[in-house]
Structures are given as C-alpha cells and as structure tokens.
Design a protein around this ligand. Structure first.
Ligand SMILES: [Zn+2]
Length: 411
C-alpha cells in the first residue's frame, strides 16, 4: 500500500452520516480505514488511507463538503477496521441475535403503515430503542451536547415534560463534562421508566455503540485491576468498592466478601495500648486461596474466574435488571445504527438554519432536532439500518451488504 502524506480524519461515527451510504461504501471498498484514539479531542477518529492518490482526489470533495479536514497523519494507536476477524465474528452473531428480536417488533412501511408483530399469547410486543453518545465538542467555543434515546414508533420518547432527550451544556463552569455516570443516570432514571410508561407491557432492546462511556463498569464491579496481589488496608477516603460474589467449591456455592476486618493494636499518646478494627480489601492471593485455587508457582489470574469474567458493564446491568435486552453495535459499523443518520440530519439542519450564534443554537436546538427526527425520517433511518443488519446476518461482507441494500433501495 502506498503511504500517502496525509489522510482524512473523521471524528466519531456520527459524522459519517453526512456522507451518503453510496459514497461511504465506495470509500470503504477503496481504502483502508483505521480508528485511533485522538487525545486532543478525547474521542475516536476514523482515518481513511487511500492506496492511490487519484482515489484521494476522487473522494476529497465529499469529505471537504462535509466539513472534514485533510491533515498530516499523526502518531497514535491504530486498529484495523471492519474487516478484523473479531469484528466480523461479532457482527455475524450480533446481526443474527438482532434478526431474532426483529421478528417480535413492529414494522414500518415507506408510507407509514405499521404492521404489528405476530406474537404468541405468552409473548409481549417488543420495540427497539437506541441510545447514543452526545454530539462531542467540535471547536474552542461553547457547545451543546445531546444524549437521546429514540424508538421507531415515537421518535423521541416523551410523556408530558418528561423526555428521552437530554441537552447538556459542557464546560468547567457549566454542566461539567458528560461521563459514564451521566449516561447511566439518564438510562436508569429516564429512558427505561419512560419507555415502560409509553410502551406498557413491552420489552425493549437497548442498543449502544462501543464507546468508552458505554463500556464503563459500575463502582462496585468485580474488576481485577482494582485488586492488588496482597491484602490492602482500606483508607477512609477510598472510593473503590467491590461487591460480594459467589464461587463453587466442592460442588457447593459459597458467598465471598472482598473485605474483612481485624482487630489491631495501637498505642495512644498516653502510652496506653488499645485495639481498633481495621478494614482490609482482599488481594488476589487471599481471594484465590479461599477458593482453593492459589498455586505458588503458577498463580491464576482472577480474570479467568467465572464471576470476574462474567462481570457486565454498568449499562448492561441496568438494562437487564429492568427486564429488557442489552446489545452493543459491532465496532466500525455505524451504518447499522440508525441514530447516526438522525445525528447527521440534525447537524445538517443546524448548519442550514442556525445563525451561528450560541444563543440561537441554545434557543432553537429542540426545533432543529425535532425537524431532523420527524417520524417519517426516523422510520426511514430505522428501515435502512435493518437492511444492513439483515445482510450481515446472512454472512455478507461489507461490499456485499452494501450492494444488497442498494438493490432494495432502488427497487
Ligand atoms: Zn415508541
């Protein structure tokens, strides 16, 4: 592959929505796509490396029209893209799981006819809800971030003043910065209960992209990198917590706490000896010794233990606790995520309608988003993404999936 002096960089998958599917897939088939973590913007960037300079020129106008930059390649960690073996494997299994869910969901035709699923009497209807990262900060000026859950039947979910859309004002002296804790709070106290109110008796499939915020663990999750080899005294200001767990020894399930207390002797200033309870967090050695699995020469890593291995992320736990289904989109496959099309359309609406002052943006943001998210648009985005999912469930590669979706589109 010829190494070019520069490459195109696209920040986060939502920007992709500015490029038509057709153009995007021509690009996919023409160049190598890399993703790298960009420290300056705190997000993943998508890089396109063209094999020939002429291809770069060919697609250059698409990118520049979308407001992208052409810049020198900077050092960073690169990952292979959508053709990585683990991505293909996940994509196939995931698409099949999603197709299984689809049989229990409503369908929306192009002229807005809704076909309800054929369900057996003991099954409840199922709807798809998507969660997505907020729009990230783009320039040095003030910005707004939106975090929203959408379904194809309602668009933005709402009930009175209650809405599945959250507008966040990022900045040190404003709302702070959007973190995994904000995402979890929005899911638990807003999206899930709101979904249940407006879709009574239904089960949701909450689908998230694989961003860092979506993959965070809850504060007391069983994560091996919180643990040291030996036991450690718990400081009073130590926020790290580990939940109780269970393990099986000699065929019996046993509860294991990650903490213990013991009495220790201290001398007071007066010279008097007193005992005080000191709390310890167990180290790897103690945890494994209690399970009868500590080997002096070849110690086990606790991550190979079933309770550590099955630890789910905070969002995953919150969705499952409420009785709904949790899914993660495959990496590098924003075409499967219909909310990306909504973000792209919203961004376009803002650029067309906004007078580029912050006050105007703040005042009109809901109008811009509502225009982009009209129900007919949303169902169009939804149906298009499903066509890709269906293609991947049939083991197609990116090019074949694109050709198949294009055929359906022009029928
Ligand atoms: Zn709905």
């Amino acid at each position: 592959m010829a190494c070019l002096a520069g490459n195109f960089q696209i920040r986060t998958s939502f920007d992709y929505a500015f490029i038509s599917d057709e153009a995007y897939f021509e690009i996919l088939c023409t160049c190598t796509i890399m993703e790298k973590y960009c420290e300056c913007q705190g997000s993943f960037c998508r890089n396109f490396e063209f094999q020939e300079a002429s291809q770069q020129v060919q697609f250059g106008s698409i990118f520049t029209n979308g407001g992208y930059i052409f810049r020198k390649n900077s050092k960073g960690i690169y990952y292979d893209g959508h053709e990585r073996a683990d991505v293909i494997e996940y994509r196939k299994k995931w698409a099949n799981r999603m197709m299984g869910c689809k049989t229990k969901m409503a369908r929306f035709s192009e002229n807005d006819e809704v076909t309800m699923p054929q369900l057996s009497t003991d099954e409840k209807a199922m709807w798809l809800v998507e969660g997505e990262n907020p729009i990230r900060k783009k320039g040095p000026g003030m910005s707004l971030m939106i975090s929203e859950f959408k379904c194809a039947c309602h668009g933005t979910m709402s009930n009175g003043a209650w809405s599945s859309r959250e507008v966040f004002h990022p900045g040190a002296d404003r709302d702070g910065y959007w973190t995994s804790a904000h995402m979890l709070k929005q899911l638990e106290s807003n999206a899930i209960p709101l979904f249940e109110v407006i879709h009574p008796g239904c089960k949701a499939v909450f689908v998230f992209d694989q961003s860092t915020n979506h993959k965070a663990y809850s504060q007391n999750a069983l994560i091996a990198n919180k643990i040291t080899l030996g036991d450690k005294e718990v400081e009073e200001d130590d926020l790290c917590t580990l939940r109780d767990t269970t393990f099986v020894r000699d065929g019996e399930e046993q509860v294991q706490s990650m903490y213990y207390e013991k009495d220790e002797w201290f001398t007071k200033k007066s010279g008097q000896w007193v005992t005080k309870k000191v709390k310890y967090v167990k180290g790897v050695r103690t945890i494994l010794e209690e399970r009868g699995m500590w080997l002096e020469k070849d110690p086990y890593n606790p991550t190979s233990q079933p309770d550590f291995m099955s630890q789910k992320t905070a969002l995953h736990e919150a969705v499952e606790v409420s009785g709904h289904i949790f899914e993660l989109y495959p990496k590098f496959h924003c075409e499967c995520n219909w909310i990306e099309r909504y973000w792209g359309s919203a961004k376009r609406e803002v650029r067309l309608q906004c007078d580029y002052t912050y006050n105007s943006l703040d005042k009109n943001i809901h109008t811009f988003l509502d225009n982009a998210g009209k129900l007919s648009n949303v169902r169009n985005y939804y149906n298009r993404s499903w066509r890709y999912i269906e293609a991947y469930s049939q083991d197609m590669n990116v090019k074949e999936a694109h050709d198949s979706v294009k055929q359906i589109h022009f029928k």
